[in-house]
Write a protein that binds this ligand. Structure first.
Ligand code: CMP
Length: 131
C-alpha cells in the first residue's frame, strides 16, 4: 500500500516504476481512501501500541494506492525494496529512504508474510484469486 503522504507528495508513479522494475507483477491496483475506522481495522494488530491513533490519522488523511503484487519470494524481496520501517535506518536506494517523510509516515506498507499478504489482499480486493 502506497501511503497517503507519498501519494500527496506526488511519488506514486515513481514508486510504481520501482516496483515494476524490481520484477513485481501488478495483479490488482486501486486508488482509494480509508476511513479512520477502516485504517484501524487494517492495523488492528497494533491497537495496543502508543502510535495506533496517530497511525489511523495518517493512514486516513487522503488517498492510498492498494496493490496486490506477484513475484517469486515476493514478501522478502518487497521488504528489501522498501527498506526499514524507520526511513532513518533504510538502505540507500530503497523506497522508504527515497520517499518517506518519517517513521510515522513511511511512504509504503508491505505484508510481512504470505499469510498476511493474502489477508491484506482480501481487505482491499474481493476476488484476487481470479487475476
Ligand atoms: P507499516 O509497515 O505500515 O506498519 C505499521 C506502521 O506503524 C509502520 O509502517 C509505521 O508507519 C508505524 N510505526 C511503526 N512503529 C512505529 C513507532 N514506533 N512510532 C510510530 N509509528 C510507528
Amino acid at each position: 500500500m502506497i501511503k497517503p503522504d507519498a501519494v500527496l507528495d506526488g511519488h506514486s508513479g515513481s514508486i510504481l516504476k520501482m516496483i515494476e522494475q524490481a520484477g513485481f507483477r501488478i495483479v490488482a491496483m486501486k486508488l482509494t481512501k480509508l476511513s479512520p475506522e477502516r485504517a484501524g481495522q487494517f492495523y488492528e494488530v497494533h491497537k495496543e501500541k502508543p502510535f495506533y491513533d496517530g497511525l489511523k490519522e495518517i493512514m486516513s488523511k487522503s488517498q492510498i494506492v492498494a496493490l496486490v503484487l506477484e513475484k517469486e519470494n515476493a514478501v522478502a524481496d518487497f521488504r528489501k525494496l522498501i527498506g526499514s520501517t524507520n526511513p532513518a535506518n533504510a538502505e540507500e536506494g530503497t523506497i522508504r529512504k527515497l520517499y518517506a517523510r518519517s517513521l510515522e509516515s513511511n511512504a509504503i506498507h508491505g505484508s510481512d508474510s504470505d499469510e498476511n499478504a493474502l489477508l491484506e489482499s482480501r481487505f482491499f480486493f474481493s476476488r484476487t484469486e481470479e487475476y
